[in-house]
Design a protein around this ligand. Structure first.
Ligand code: ADP
Ligand code: MG
Length: 750
């Protein structure tokens, strides 16, 4: 018998119906307990139905009604046995989060009994209900794609993502059906539809390239994604005293505390026990939902943490990232904590990102970005690598657009996150290989190249006899690169913590798929008619690609000023302002690729995304401006005026106090300035609103005004308060705790 490992969770949270013993279990045993996954489908469906469903999931068959009915019946039985009362199509509108509308399984039958209408209640769930729903859902952002009078929108089950159960009230459960969300005309109203389109476009192009290289086995190439999620956990009672944090997600005012992250003692430090308890409980819920969370640690800023899963197929990984955010949010409540996903909740300390680890994997299980030791893999690896660089070079603007927002603007290029210039980091060894090929040298097998690297061998000698030999990774890390190769995957590091990873990944997929098509064309031309592709041909293409993509590669410090100058001379865009980045979606080269060449979006779907981004940007800034104004008028100014009065009274008694006199003069000046800057802020607000809400709302103009007239004024008002000598000490009884919380601590310790 195997010994059972006892895992004790805080608050006995393992102790529920998912474990036989109630107190101990292996993780692998309850992983996916609430998921109706492939194993559950196999076990509960008749064999031919299961086989049909598999064919449909692979895209080789359209789901027929009998199959849908059989699956619906099986999942109804499975979920009702576990307490489900409701089901919901769970979808991802263009809000960076998810949406759901619950329906119960309850149905009624009417019989006539003796002339009276008798009602019989029963539980029902049909194939049609499983496959499709029409939630109306007309109030989501749609960027002008549909008007409320043509409100029909459909949610359709995405069979590639498994259904799962979440807790409802009183021990009941709700069946979640991951879905796409489309309009009456079939246009994508959500994030998922275009992500799935981009994944299949990429698969198609990658398979075509593999065929050219002689791979006859692989049928599909999957995009794999692992999302490292950063977030803050702060004390809820302190959080609740900050209207700015509650309304805008970040503190608009306050002083940087004396000790924050200078000592770098929080990073990877011992996880505070309350936080650990909350994170473990979140992990437990996530494991049951089949989310493979793996890593947890303290991040750089005080109160900042990270969780990362094991990578999965991209669309499922996106579902799981959104679930992770929701569960963290929910569980934190139980511990008196608040989870902050804003990219920059506190000025003066690091913000949060969501690193999207991205790679390509064949259905035969081979990672196409793995530079293996086998020389025969070199050609394929280098071709895929160069195609990615080519995609990046041509469409870096799309990557910028996909990560830009009013909140991520605070983080990008702020010495803690990659700059707004999109470049790729490959590491010393790969750079050396590419240089070899570019110089016309016969490329060595990657294993040999590894041994020739300047930094030494593939192992590290720590000069301690009792320590084992340590192996060295084939690439070092570069934290400053927005798109870094890390061994066998790329890491898109500029993605914001609060956004859905869906759109950024869609844009990477589209850019790479398009580049792969071009690479295939280049290879075909070399091959000529009916000829065979020789190694020399392939390397000639690789050489051309290396030359063409060289300027998008950067190995140095992405945070440095030199890089900004260098990037400019290379002609790489530096899109610091979000509205400029959004415009990249409509730039002819990008638009043509997305709409015409790759068919990822149509023209109106693209425009709608552009409009939504601009509109969201304005609205975020408007909300910040209005919140700041309220705080200044309701809390800061009254406190300052009261203080001024107190000082004045004191001076009347002791008018020889030089310092108090100065203080009073300063206070006068600053309050006046604060009034003035609030008025200026108001001008920006009014103008932005005029264009946003005007008769023919112009989001583009509005976002430009918001960027030019609200953003700088926010800073000016903040300075008005910062420059204020008014620094209430907690012992001053005339200052409420709320006023103190507003002015003093930038963040609050757990
Ligand atoms: P690193 O320390 O280099 O960031 P980790 O092994 O910690 O790498 O992985 C970080 C994230 O990258 C994890 O979520 C992991 O699952 C994911 N990841 C690893 N390999 C791949 C891959 N082939 N495709 C996509 N994501 C991957
Ligand atoms: Mg990483």
């Amino acid at each position: 018998t195997r010994p059972t490992r006892s895992i004790k969770y805080p608050h006995g949270c393992v102790d529920d119906n998912n474990t036989a013993t109630g107190t101990s279990a292996k993780l692998s045993e309850f992983f996916g307990a609430n998921v109706y996954g492939i194993n559950e489908l196999r076990e509960t469906l008749p064999k031919p139905v299961f086989a049909d469903l598999l064919r449909q999931m692979a895209g080789n068959k359209i789901m027929d009604k009998p199959t849908a009915d059989a699956v619906a019946h099986a999942v109804k039985v499975w979920s009702m046995e576990r307490g489900a009362t409701h089901f919901t199509h769970w979808f991802q509108p263009l809000t960076n989060s998810t949406a759901e509308k619950h329906d119960s399984f309850l149905s009624l039958k009417y019989n006539s009994e003796g002339g009276n209408l008798a009602v019989v209640a029963f539980d029902a769930f049909s194939g049609t209900q499983l496959m499709q729903a029409e939630p109306d859902a007309s109030s989501f952002p749609n960027g002008g794609m549909r008007s409320t009078f043509e409100a029909r929108g459909y949610t359709v089950w995405d069979t590639t993502s498994p259904m799962f159960l979440q807790d409802g009230p009183h021990g009941t459960k709700i069946l979640y059906i991951p879905s796409i969300f489309i309009s009456y005309n079939g246009e994508a109203l959500d994030e998922k539809t275009i992500l799935l389109r981009s994944c299949s476009a990429l698969s198609k192009a990658a398979i075509e390239l593999l065929r050219l290289l002689g791979d006859e086995k692989s049928e599909r190439v999957h995009v794999t994604l692992g999302t490292e999620q950063e977030f803050f956990l702060v004390d809820r009672s302190m959080y609740s005293m900050r209207p700015d944090l509650k309304i805008t997600g970040r503190t608009l005012l306050g002083a940087v505390p004396a000790k924050h992250q200078q000592l770098e003692d929080h990073y990877f430090g011992h996880i505070p026990s309350k936080v650990l308890a909350a994170i473990s409980e979140a992990e437990l819920e996530l494991w049951k939902l089949g989310v493979p969370v793996k890593t947890r640690h303290n991040e750089v800023a005080p109160q900042q943490f990270e969780m990362a899963p094991i990578f999965e197929e991209a669309s499922v990984a996106v579902d799981h990232n959104l679930l992770t955010m929701q569960i963290l949010h929910k569980v934190a409540h139980r511990y008196g904590l608040k989870t902050l996903f804003h990219e920059k909740p506190f000025k003066g300390v690091n913000g949060s990102g969501k690193h999207c680890n991205w790679a390509l994997c064949t259905d035969t299980g081979k990672n196409l970005l793995d530079p293996t030791d086998k020389p025969e893999d070199n050609e394929s690896f280098l071709l895929f690598l160069c195609a990615i660089l080519l995609g990046l070079k041509r469409h870096s603007g799309l990557l910028s657009a996909a990560i830009a927002s009013a909140s991520n603007e605070h983080r990008l290029g702020a010495n803690e996150a990659p700059p707004s210039i999109i470049s790729a980091f490959l590491g010393a060894q790969l750079t050396e290989i590419l240089n070899d090929v570019e110089g016309g040298q016969e490329p060595r097998p990657l294993s040999k190249v590894t041994k020739n690297v300047r930094v030494g061998g593939t192992t590290i000698d720590v000069k301690i006899a009792t320590m084992p030999e340590i192996s060295r990774d084939s690439t070092d890390r570069n934290r400053t690169s927005p798109f870094a190769f890390t061994g066998n995957k790329f890491e898109f590091r500029a993605v914001g913590s609060g956004q859905s990873p869906s759109f950024p990944v869609t844009m990477v997929n589209a850019a790479v798929a398009s580049a792969l098509q071009d690479v295939i064309e280049m290879l075909k031309q070399k091959k000529g008619n009916g000829g065979k592709l020789s190694r020399t041909d392939i390397f000639a293409v690789i050489k051309d690609l290396i030359k063409e993509t060289k300027h998008v590669r950067f190995e140095g410090d992405g945070y440095s000023d030199e890089w900004i100058k260098e990037a400019e001379s290379r002609g790489l865009p530096n899109l610091k302002h979000a509205p400029d980045a959004f415009k990249q979606l409509l730039e002819p080269g990008n638009k043509d690729m997305l709409v015409r060449k790759m068919d990822i979006v149509n023209e109106s779907e693209l425009w709608s995304r552009f409009n939504i981004l601009c509109e969201k940007y304005c609205k975020d800034l408007l909300i910040e401006a209005k919140t700041l104004k309220t705080i200044c008028k309701q809390y800061i100014l009254p406190a300052a005026l009261k203080y001024r009065k107190d000082l004045g009274a004191g001076l009347a008694l002791f008018d020889n106090s030089v310092h108090e006199k100065k203080l009073l003069q300063n206070l006068n000046k600053l309050s006046e300035k604060l009034y003035e800057s609030i008025e200026e802020l108001d001008v920006g607000v009014t103008e932005t609103e005029k264009y946003l809400d005007g008769h023919d709302g112009d989001e583009v103009k509005a976002s430009k005004i918001a960027a030019d007239k609200i953003k700088p004024m926010l800073v000016k008002v903040q300075f008005g308060v910062f420059g204020c000598p008014y620094r209430p000490a907690p012992e001053r009884t005339s200052v409420s705790r709320r006023e103190y919380a507003l002015l003093e601590p930038r963040f609050v310790n757990v």
